[in-house]
Design a protein around this ligand. Sequence first.
Ligand SMILES: [Zn+2]
Length: 420
Amino acid sequence: MELAKEIQEFLLDDALERFIRYVKIWTTSDQSKEITPSTKNQLDLGKQLVGELKELNLENIVQDEYGFVYAYLPPSKDFEKVQPIGLLAHLDTSPSVSGKDVKPVIHKNYDGEPIKYAQDKELTLTFHDSPNLEGYIGLDIITSEGDTLLGADDKAGIAEIMTACNAWSKFNNLKHGPIYICFTPDEEIGIGIDKVDKNKLPEICYTVDGGEIGQLEYECFDAWLAQIKFKGLSIHPGHAKNKMINAIQIASRFFSELPEAESPEHTEEREGYYHLGEMEGKSEETTARMIIRDFVLENNQKRMDYIKSLKQTYELRYPGLKIEIDFKHQYLNMLEYIEKKPLTVELAKRSIEKAGLEVKINPIRGGTDGARLSTQGIVTPNIFTGGQLFHSRKEFIPTLALQKAAEVLIYLAHLWTQQK
Ligand SMILES: [Zn+2]
């Protein structure tokens, strides 16, 4: 199957119109809230999508109490037995930059000169910010006015999925198996997916939440959180000789033993790290929280063993000191789950190629909702949206990306119909 020019044009117009509409709805999530959704306005976008999904003739459309939107697209005739797939995107935008009153601007026929912003005269977008921009000369680029993020992360993903649904409902020749749609809250604060109803998702899903055009991600960090408590003994400093056990002083000595080269600020690509993020306390007691990251579980285990050996050394060096360590596994590298279902990735690669794009595979130096789902048995690689410089006032997306990502989803669904 090849997509006719008429369908490609339809995809561009439809996805662009939706994208411009969705980014104007304020859906910033809030890290400080422990409820789901963390902000009520994510429900506004969800509600609107429920109405639009009805118009596109999807079935079983619900918005649940947590703000998840679920819908089901029945298969084309004679493709009832095809492997069902799920398509996911998130409703919220990052709390790191304002997402209120986003005013999208389309810079037509980008000429390679610095892009300027109406709301911030100092701000520019250049090749220095994103070397990919050079490849986008001649395309239309969407940015904000420079006072907010754009929200391509992840409203581009939502628009691309909705447009694919629209195309499936309009063009009978676009064959597909059963498709489950799920729009999720609070991805940016890392807790939304905890409330997902896994019964409403098939075993193979894709998040549409990646970056540059052509990108496919199916490997992420193996992630641990360490909480380390130092219990000392406080004494009046004037009479403390041979008695005081200064927990906070000892803690700072303890963390200075970690290799500086293995820190976020000195690592990239496939290198792992320790990251001390928080330390709070007094001489009596001090608590520190640290994250440990690597693509290889064994490397993280070595880091944890090193921390345990430091505990022994320090408890010997300071009699009376107690160090309590609690390691929590946050998420696994999804690669090992995805490798059990290699077709999931293989067909995604082929769909990207069918859309005329180069496949770009990157390991994610972080986690995704897909990583969490993968470890729970729902294999979920991440497909590009085409947006870039996420969580920034310089966030942008070429309009062509909206069309291309929708094409990829349509090819992907069609390729699944051809598997036995
Ligand atoms: Zn995202």
